[in-house]
Design a protein. Structure first.
Length: 475
């Protein structure tokens, strides 16, 4: 058999679907997986889909590498972390200078940068690629965020663009920057995804516990919203999840699902990245915290016994307010996410282009939405990296923030947890307050630690003559 165009290691959910996608686009793909059973399952699926003629199974890693056309391109799609390092270590003795590894898992961008730097002297190219869209996206067109050297990108571009989603004829795959840039952007994509999902869940909570709406009624509202400014994949699937019923009991499935959400790492990494870069990203942080609270089911049950259950049907907000509150919250969340990306780009010299990022998120990925198309246009026409200052979004925020305020206020009085929506509102208010309150913090810091403060017209590193506090107990 002639050599394969590309190799793919890791036939899990994502890898198997990506390999089928590659074969469907006319490339011959050699596949390898640690457990042989997955290779067999994959070949059954390939045969069923008429793609076995372009898929080449190789259980032995050496035979797999030899089956590839040179210079070789090998996609690794295994569990992130040590398995990626182990796989690179196994591959390295089998590769020749000029070959390239394209790592597509959810890797930490600093790991990607380290691997990129380590492989460069060996003459092995390395692309760290973020892929979003779940199994369906991987099979039929994900959003693909590429990081690494431009040379490797040019070699991999035809196949990566062929398998990516497209939005009105534009590919949702782009090279974003050197080293870990692609994985960094994917991490923040996932952080934004956490924020979106949490805000949607909070709105569902207001509907359920504040307005007494059942799942079917909430589903109908989300379905209606999907035809408006909130149009997005996550709003669409929320409607579908809420209307699904359990085959056994006939009850809404969502009412039977345990209210504990897990997290795999990218949400936490995005919150840590924001903190390390000194960029406030309260929506991402709130969403990560909310998942941690959700995981403590036993503690929540015990605390509800002490403090009582929030009342049902007890708050007064309109469905229109909820829609606008969610839109305003999302704008704040995306503002924060893009600010994190902009700061990271500055710090790492990545030259990330925010309009390109918004463009490749318009289709294929989990946060795809109509809203991202507006964002791409806004970033393309305005160099500002602060979405809250971009004219189109200023208008939407002016229209929607009063609704966000009413929802947060009503939620607080109705004892409903709105960790993301309320922090989005506080961020918005804090970000537009010319005279803040950190003057007091600076005073306190100087009082106890002589940290100094600034007074306009008098200079910085000034100190107050604070009174001494005598500890009576110590005398
Ligand atoms: P799965 O759990 O479905 O598959 C994991 C794959 O990794 C299997 O092929 C497994 O091989 C392989 N693997 C695990 N450990 C090792 C190891 N030590 N050495 C060699 N191979 C190993 O994962 P997914 O396909 O869901 O995810 C793959 C990557 O893609 C992850 O980084 C994930 O975070 C990322 N991702 C996942 C998305 C999703 O929606 N699922 C979306 C976007 C990215 P074996 O069969 O032998 O166990």
């Amino acid at each position: 058999m002639s050599k394969a165009d590309i190799g793919l290691i890791g036939l899990g959910v994502m890898g198997a679907n990506l390999a089928l996608n590659i074969a469907e686009k006319g490339y011959t793909v050699a596949v390898n997986n640690r457990s042989v059973a997955k290779i067999e399952d994959f070949m059954v699926a390939a045969r069923q889909q008429g793609l076995d003629g372009r898929t080449l199974p190789e259980a032995d890693l050496t035979a797999f590498v030899r089956s590839l056309r040179t210079p070789r391109s090998i996609i690794i799609m295994v569990k992130a972390g040590k398995p990626v390092d182990d796989m690179i270590a196994q591959l390295l003795p089998l590769l020749d200078k000029g070959d390239a590894i394209i790592e597509c898992g959810n890797s930490l961008s600093s790991d990607t940068q380290r691997r990129f730097d380590a492989l460069r002297p060996e003459g092995i190219g390395y692309l760290g690629v973020g892929v979003s869209g779940g199994a369906e996206g991987a099979r039929h067109g994900p959003s693909i965020m590429v990081g690494g050297s431009k040379e490797e990108w040019h070699n991999a571009e035809p196949v990566l663009k062929a398998i990516a989603a497209d939005f009105e004829g534009e590919s949702c795959c782009a090279w974003l920057g050197e080293g870990g840039a692609g994985h960094f952007v994917k991490t923040i994509h996932n952080g934004i995804e956490y924020g979106d999902m949490q805000m949607i869940a909070e709105i569902y909570g207001v509907m359920r516990d504040g307005l007494g709406m059942d799942a079917a009624a909430s589903a109908a509202v989300f379905k209606r919203w999907n035809a408006g400014p909130l149009n997005s994949y996550l709003i669409e699937i929320t409607g579908l999840v809420l209307e699904a019923t359990d085959g056994e009991t006939g009850r809404p499935l969502v009412e039977l699902i345990l209210d504990k959400a897990g997290q795999k790492g990218t949400g936490v990494w995005s919150a840590i990245a924001a903190q390390e870069l000194g960029v406030p990203a309260t929506a991402i942080e709130g969403a990560v915290a909310a998942r941690a609270i959700s995981a403590r089911k036993d503690e929540r049950i015990a605390a509800e016994r002490i403090y009582g259950k929030p009342g049902r049907g007890s708050i007064a907000v309109t469905i229109d307010d909820l829609e606008k509150a969610l839109l305003a919250g999302k704008i704040v969340s995306y503002t924060q996410g893009f600010s994190v990306i902009a700061r990271a780009a500055e710090q790492n010299g990545w030259g990330l282009h925010l309009a390109t990022i918004a463009r490749i998120w318009r289709a294929g990925c989990i946060i795809r939405s109509r809203f991202l198309d507006q964002m791409a246009t806004a970033f393309a026409s305005d160099a500002s990296t602060n979405l809250l200052m971009v004219p189109d979004f200023v208008q939407v925020m002016k229209d929607c923030h009063p609704a966000l305020r009413r929802v947060v206020a009503a939620g607080a009085m109705g004892e409903l947890p709105l960790i993301c929506l309320s922090s989005a509102l506080s961020y918005f208010d804090g970000s537009r307050q010319a005279q803040g309150t950190a003057n007091l913090i600076q005073g306190q810091r100087d009082f106890f630690g002589a940290h100094g403060f600034e007074i306009e017209g008098r200079g910085s590193d000034l100190h107050g003559r604070w009174p001494a506090i005598i500890d009576a107990a110590a005398e």
